[in-house]
Design a protein around this ligand. Structure first.
Ligand code: SF4
Ligand code: SF4
Ligand code: FES
Length: 201
């Protein structure tokens, strides 16, 4: 077992675990958006930042991808961590201003508005890719991915054309941390057409 400290508390981890996995095993909360234990982490949202300290040296890392090591000194809620999280939440508010989930999370950290440019006031998606990773790695359907480039990048079926690869399991909607996938779902699978019998009105 690997021994180190989180918030001055001694913790133990299996080799290969991440700081986030160890924190969760010990009931220590670290907020996440793009992480789900069923799929490989991607480090997309950066909300899971923690501070590593050694003497008067310290650095901020993302806990969902940072491997445990003997003697680490991790702080999950230090002033530096809170400042970085607020900054990330401000960026997320600009990226997906219409997401109630992100607004609520930002409010928890005292962030009520953003100084960053808002390109689409209706946007809810942070392009974290959790939906497409679950679709590929858990469901095995590979129905969705990021489509387009730059500010036009979005999540959807290839060429934004409804695909029969989607088995309508709803896993993408369930894991989406911002509520964005709810409104994209019909566009991915195609709204079933009502076929009227001959002569029906
Ligand atoms: S739809 Fe949701 S899960 Fe998918 S990329 Fe956007 S925010 Fe992430
Ligand atoms: S509902 Fe469709 S797009 Fe969503 S995870 Fe299931 S198969 Fe993939
Ligand atoms: S949860 Fe770690 S980067 Fe998103």
């Amino acid at each position: 077992m690997i021994k180190f400290k989180i918030n001055d508390q001694q913790v133990q981890a299996q080799p290969g675990w991440t700081v986030l996995e160890t924190a969760r095993q010990h009931g220590i909360n670290i907020p996440t958006l793009c992480y789900h234990e069923a799929v490989e982490p991607s480090g997309a949202c950066r909300l899971c930042v923690v501070e590593l300290r050694e003497g008067d040296w310290s650095k901020v890392v993302i806990s969902c991808m940072y491997p445990v090591a003997e003697g680490l000194n991790v702080y999950t809620d230090s002033q530096r961590v809170k400042n970085v999280r607020r900054w990330i939440l401000e960026m997320l508010l600009a990226e997906c201003p219409a997401s109630k989930e992100i607004q609520a999370l930002a409010a928890e950290y005292g962030v009520g508005s953003t100084r960053f440019a808002v390109h689409n006031p209706e946007e809810q998606c942070i392009l974290c890719g959790l939906c497409s990773r679950v679709c590929a790695q858990v469901v095995g359907a590979n129905a969705i991915s990021t489509v387009g480039r730059g500010v036009h990048k979005q999540i959807g079926a290839p060429y934004m054309i409804p695909t029969d690869k989607c088995v309508a399991c709803g896993c993408c909607v369930t894991v989406c941390p911002t509520g964005a996938m709810r409104s994209r779902f019909d566009a991915v699978r195609g709204v079933p057409k009502v076929v009227l019998a001959h002569g029906a009105r």
